[in-house]
Design a protein around this ligand. Structure first.
Ligand SMILES: *Cc1c(COP(=O)(O)O)cnc(C)c1O
Length: 426
């Protein structure tokens, strides 16, 4: 374990030793604040890879040149564009290629997956989720329950932190699963909580859900490209994520879907269908009678939005080059360094402000995000930070979320965050 020091020489030394240091230069940094921007919101919208423009340009040119024939004549033919992404994305999330498809957007995919995997029947009708889930997930779960004419209060079971605590104890999730038993239809949780940054043990929760006969799915919006996922091995039934947070693939960019191999060859699974999920070999016969493709591809509805996918392809090639192993190592070291810096600034200024880090301090229970609860100063402190060029994220009532992204943030960024935080306090 390295003994950290909160000074610029030490931060620069860590940057010098960083195997991924050259990746920073593959990204554009915003210039909208007057000072040098210290960007810590890769958990909300990742920065633009410089290579994105040429990937999109390629498709614009092929569209100019070929019109509709681009579906087959483009350099990367559009009819199969999503296939360029499958293997690389599968690697990022620890899945087999047949288990992954890139398509639609995140909330849409959650619904499509729940149509297949939330099938309330007889006693087994309840959904378990975490309290304070991301609002889109809350609305999706609520509307799924109401869609079946069921009553929300009885069917959505939330597990929250105990009184006076910020984090959810996994044992409380497991005992709730046990307690619900054969009334539990679905467990649907955010793999990393967007607010606290808490990472859940997906393998253990999945096992517990399966042991009572429930289906288990995760929303990985804050986990994909951040956590070293092993979705196949962990055995989740399904998952979905967006590509614009840690995966840096353009605002509102395409989403990824995971459906475990055990469901790959079940054409009888009910689902909402569209032509892109239909058996590829007979898709263009345009005949009635839906025959789903095997694997996750069988959940596609529509042909690929190629421009958004081009941005995603540029980005996943960077991930492929860096590798999730190295990204994970840097994530843990850099997050720990930022934690150390914040602790030191907080200790030094404890007569003025009180900070509580609500993200787990155990690095196996978090990714690249620290959520700081600022008691007493809150929004004014955040505004002062912003005016110094720090791009972080404010969540009511008093939480500042900071995410050092391993691909483009530096240890020096973390050092400066501390300096500017101290200036803002004073
Ligand atoms: C970011 C995020 C979303 C956003 O959903 P979109 O459909 O992409 O707008 C949904 N759920 C979670 C948990 C998120 O973090």
């Amino acid at each position: 374990m390295i003994q950290f020091e909160n000074n610029i020489e030490f931060a620069r030394q860590l940057d010098e030793q960083d195997e991924l240091k050259n990746f920073r230069d593959k990204f554009y940094f915003p210039t909208f604040h007057e000072k040098i921007v210290r960007y810590f919101t890769g958990n909300s919208l990742g920065l633009q890879p410089k290579s994105v423009a040429s990937y999109i340009q390629q498709e614009l040119e092929d569209w100019q040149k070929y019109g509709v024939e681009g579906h087959f004549m483009a350099k990367r033919p559009w009819f199969a564009y999503h296939e360029n992404l499958t293997e690389k994305v599968a690697k990022i999330v620890g899945a087999k290629p047949i288990e992954v498809v890139v398509t639609h957007s995140l909330t849409t995919n959650l619904h499509l997956l729940m149509v297949s995997f939330y099938r309330p029947q007889g006693k087994r009708t309840k959904i378990l989720c975490e309290a304070k889930a991301f609002p889109s997930d809350q609305y999706a779960l609520e509307s799924q329950i109401k869609f079946y004419g069921l009553n929300l209060a009885d069917h959505l079971v939330e597990v929250g932190p105990r009184a006076g605590e910020q984090l959810i104890r996994e044992e409380d999730i497991l005992s709730k699963i046990e307690e619900l038993g054969d009334e539990l239809a679905l467990v649907m949780i955010g793999g990393v909580n967007y607010y606290t940054g808490q990472l859940f043990d997906m393998a253990t929760i999945t096992k517990a859900g399966h042991s009572v006969g429930a289906i288990v799915g995760f929303d990985l919006a804050h986990a994909a490209g951040n956590i070293n996922l092993q979705l196949h091995e962990w055995g989740l039934d399904f998952a979905a994520w967006c590509s614009y947070k840690y995966l840096n693939s353009s605002p509102g960019g395409v989403s990824g879907m995971f459906v475990h191999e055990r469901h790959a060859n079940k054409p009888e699974l009910p689902r909402f269908a569209g032509w892109w999920g239909h058996d590829k070999s007979s898709r263009f016969m345009m005949e009635p009678g839906f025959k789903p493709m095997q694997g996750a591809e069988g959940w596609q509805l529509s042909n690929a939005p190629v421009l958004g996918m081009a941005a995603h392809l540029a980005s996943v090639e960077i991930f492929d080059e860096a590798g999730m192993d190295r990204i994970g190592k840097k994530r843990d070291l850099m997050t720990a360094f930022l934690e150390f810096v914040i602790d030191e600034i907080s200790e030094r200024n404890k007569d003025r402000v009180s900070f509580e880090l609500i993200t787990p301090r155990d690095k196996t229970k978090r990714g690249a995000q620290l959520s700081i609860m600022a008691k007493g100063q809150g929004k004014a402190l955040f505004d002062a930070l912003s005016s110094e060029g720090v791009v972080a994220d404010w969540r009511e009532p008093n939480v500042i979320r900071v995410a050092p992204a391993p691909l483009y943030n530096s240890f020096e960024d973390c050092y400066w965050f501390g300096q500017l935080l101290e200036k803002a306090i004073q």
